[in-house]
Design a binder for this molecule. Sequence first.
Ligand code: FE
Ligand code: FE
Ligand code: ZN
Length: 274
Amino acid sequence: MLNIGCHLSVSKGFEFMGKQAIELGGNTFQFFTRNPRGGKAKEIDTKDTQALIKLMNENNFAKILAHAPYTLNPCSKDEHTREFAFQTMSDDLKRMEYLPNNLYNFHPGSHVGQGIEKGIQLISELLNTVLWEDMTTTVLLETMAGKGSEVGSKFQELKEIIDNVQLKEKMGICLDTCHVFDGGYDIKDNLEAVLEEFDKVIGIDRLKAIHINDSKNPIESHKDRHEKIGEGYIGIEAFERIVTHPILKDLPFYLETPNELDGYAKEIALLKSF
Ligand code: FE
Ligand code: FE
Ligand code: ZN
């Protein structure tokens, strides 16, 4: 069975999202840990987190994915911005322990003129301060589209970040289909070669989650504009190959397509039909 869900709003709590995921035909979901602008997160309600854990156990859920605010920049030039990324991630990861053994995804960041190497170094340094031995969450670096000075649009860059992290066993990758396509990886016509390269450079065992999005732009556009499944440049045949590929089919898939809930339900049903 395909493990699939979509991005949901956390505003009505954790159990609510679990119920929504089921209503949409899914068995997982993604949510922002706080306002994307990075405000204060809501106080954890342990009755709510416990209710979600129970619901997940009873309904054969795959791991859920918490997404850090996308405005975080762990490799900013500005020390205060980096400090803010540290505070936010560190707080998020402590809170994730109320929902143990799930996934936390973040955008590696933009080096803003400092160069890729410096960016990689700053990101690894941040990870070395926020990860701890007994944590149960796996922290995922998202593959990026390569917009502006984004770090992480090449598998090699993600590999180098992980290489510099001490607690490597806490680290994984979330592959965003729109982003890798935008970054120049041909998952439309050459999925096999892309997965081989991922394995050669990073190691396929690091791949823990897929953001499943079509792209409004052709390959290597570096634009990061998501499209509905089958309505963009990646196309429905490619998505059928992706969700049924032996290496990918058991991973959790999360939709981040431009949809309301009914649109998500249709996409979930479509992808499950493969
Ligand atoms: Fe993202
Ligand atoms: Fe994404
Ligand atoms: Zn994106």
